[in-house]
Design a protein around this ligand. Structure first.
Ligand SMILES: *[C@@H]1O[C@H](CO)[C@@H](O)[C@H](O)[C@H]1NC(C)=O
Ligand SMILES: *[C@@H]1O[C@H](CO)[C@@H](O)[C@H](O)[C@H]1NC(C)=O
Ligand SMILES: *[C@@H]1O[C@H](CO)[C@@H](O)[C@H](O)[C@H]1NC(C)=O
Length: 426
């Protein structure tokens, strides 16, 4: 059966009205001395506006600079035990707590005015459980996660491209990337998790224990259900060499090239993950193929790639899988220095650029964008230019396959799909 098209449309408009940013100092509810004392006793470092404003001000920043919110206090946890004690303090003093893993939420959900910002980036361990499963701290970032899995048996994990995204929000909100059509969403790979609940208790969710909580966390997470401290995830083997590619056309060729892409992308083999982007001066087709470039070229040629309008540029590279991830991380997030795969660890000496002021909006479509819609996209960029871009991800493949929850069936319940919007099964 031919899978239908599923695209996520991302509309981003960057860089403009910094002048409207709310400055630190306004709108904050200061932490009471009692709360601060309780948090300090929880063994975590605590920052408040009055204790060390400069560090507090830097630490409250998230990926989207638009959100200048003022937490009552910022605390750094390095273990599940720290998280439990911090949550109990917040309960005792009746203050909200917002967890932050990587802080990449487009709407800045990790930081809330007047709440305790609980940063779990220090809970970032990685350990292989067996040859195909890993236990990871929920504060690990994707770059170190990919590198660690690669260094522990050449394993891969299907999730996003940006290396500084934290696992906590990403895995519980769906998690799409270039190998998702082959292996499924990041959410679908969670086999077990540990979570601190609102009472400060550490609970486990898997197919047998708290299975509803596991189901809810596979798309409905992001800190709403509790604070996840670790995940047990499924990992996969990938071919030694993969192909990554980028092809550009002039903006005026958007309609025929986007039309071609959305016609063919859903039916390409699951080994081929692709995106289509439109910028103010060009249209771009890019992706990753889990195999050699000659096989990829044959797939593209057989679906009319050579008949498209003249290309501005075309770049196909066969690389070891981990080098391909590094290449994409470097081009999407300015990861420097990018020559050495160890830069994916994001350790000292590497920097990730790109915190910025933006608005992003996304939407799922299970049918092709009509001619009039493509015309609108092309005209918008031709007439208005600007720094924004439009991006569509082809889904289908394993993303569309209903993961069969064998264990839930054993419990006498129906099998559920994950319920995040991006995993709508079409
Ligand atoms: C707080 O940090 C932001 C972001 O770096 C900066 O723009 C702002 O000037 C800082 N505020 C103060 C009062 O230093
Ligand atoms: C597993 O990965 C970690 C983190 O990258 C690394 O330090 C360690 O050496 C690896 N272990 C093995 C057995 O490869
Ligand atoms: C694809 O088409 C191009 C241009 O016609 C040709 O050079 C190339 O050899 C073809 N590749 C494959 C694998 O069919």
């Amino acid at each position: 059966m031919r899978s239908r098209l599923t695209v996520i449309v991302l509309l981003v408009s960057c860089g403009l009205s910094r002048a409207t940013m709310q400055m630190a100092g306004s709108g904050a509810t200061p932490a009471t001395a009692g709360l601060v004392q309780c948090l300090q006793g929880a063994g975590a470092s605590v920052l408040t506006q009055s204790s060390d404003f400069t560090t507090y001000n830097a630490s409250r920043q998230v990926w989207n600079e638009k959100f200048q919110r003022n937490p009552a206090a910022i605390v750094y946890a390095s273990s599940a035990d720290d998280v439990q004690r911090i949550v109990r303090c917040c309960r005792q003093f009746d203050v909200n707590v917002s967890p932050r893993s990587g802080g990449h939420s487009y709407e800045g959900y990790a930081v809330e005015d007047g709440a305790v910002l609980l940063d779990i980036s220090g809970i970032n361990s990685l350990q292989m459980l067996d040859s195909s499963h890993a236990i990871i701290g929920a504060g690990i970032k994707l770059g170190p996660l990919y590198l660690g899995l690669w260094q522990n048996g050449s394993r891969a994990f299907p999730a996003g491209v940006c290396p500084a995204v934290g696992a906590g929000g990403h895995l519980t909100g769906g998690g799409v990337g270039l190998i998702s059509r082959k292996f499924g969403l990041a959410s679908d790979q969670i086999v077990e998790l540990e979570m601190v609940d609102a009472n400060g208790n550490l609970i486990t969710a898997n197919a047998h224990t708290n299975s509803d909580l596991l189901f809810a966390s596979q798309g409905g997470g992001g800190g709403s259900l509790g604070i996840i401290t670790s995940f047990t995830i499924q990992t996969y083997p990938v071919p030694e060499m993969v192909t990554i590619f980028t092809t550009n056309w002039d903006l005026s060729d958007t309609m025929p090239t986007l039309g071609w892409w959305q016609e063919h992308a859903p039916a390409w083999p699951a080994e081929l993950g692709t995106d289509f982007q439109v910028f103010s001066s060009n249209a771009q087709f890019s992706g990753m193929y889990l195999g050699p470039s000659s096989d990829l070229m044959a797939i593209l040629n057989n679906t009319g790639y050579q008949d498209l309008p003249a290309k501005q540029s075309e770049d196909f590279q066969e690389l070891p899988y981990i080098a391909a991830l590094l290449h994409n991380a470097a081009s999407s997030q300015g990861l420097k220095p990018a020559e050495d795969i160890n830069s994916l660890a994001l350790g000292p000496g590497t920097s990730v650029s790109g915190r910025s002021f933006f608005k992003a909006k996304s939407q799922l479509s299970n049918k092709p964008i009509p001619q009039a819609g493509m015309q609108l996209i092309q005209d918008a960029f031709a007439n208005e230019g600007g720094q924004g871009y439009w991006q569509a991800h082809a889904q289908g493949g394993a993303i569309s396959a209903l993961p069969v929850r064998v264990d839930l069936k054993e419990l006498g319940r129906p099998a559920h799909p994950s319920f995040c919007p991006s995993s709508s099964r079409v």
